[in-house]
Design a protein around this ligand. Sequence first.
Ligand SMILES: [Zn+2]
Ligand SMILES: [Zn+2]
Length: 133
Amino acid sequence: MSTRDEISRRSASCSCGQLKAEVSGDPVRVSVCHCLACQRRTGSAFGAQARFLREFVILSGESSEWVRTGDEGSKITYRFCPTCGATVSYTIDDQPDRIAIPLGAFADPSFPAPVFSVYESRKHVWVVMPESI
Ligand SMILES: [Zn+2]
Ligand SMILES: [Zn+2]
């Protein structure tokens, strides 16, 4: 295989494994968000997510949807597994060409690191971001 055929492929899934997202190529943006809504959704101190162009994402499995209105009025649609509850993808209505996938759904410690950190006003005091962000 020549090197130009080596497009990275990654797969994300929910905890029970029935809801999946297969992605090819690298994410267009990897970020962490410290907002309270992300804390609540993830059950963690902050959310981490990777955005991909929609044409490079294949979603499969059964999902339920929940729509939240963001601070700036945009609507965010989360797709999560009806069995285990894990969110595997979400879309923001004013960025219809992109799909966001929670970083943890890849269960891959070598996944590209976040470059952006947003809503730091809500950041837990003990959370320290790397200087590269
Ligand atoms: Zn599941
Ligand atoms: Zn957030």
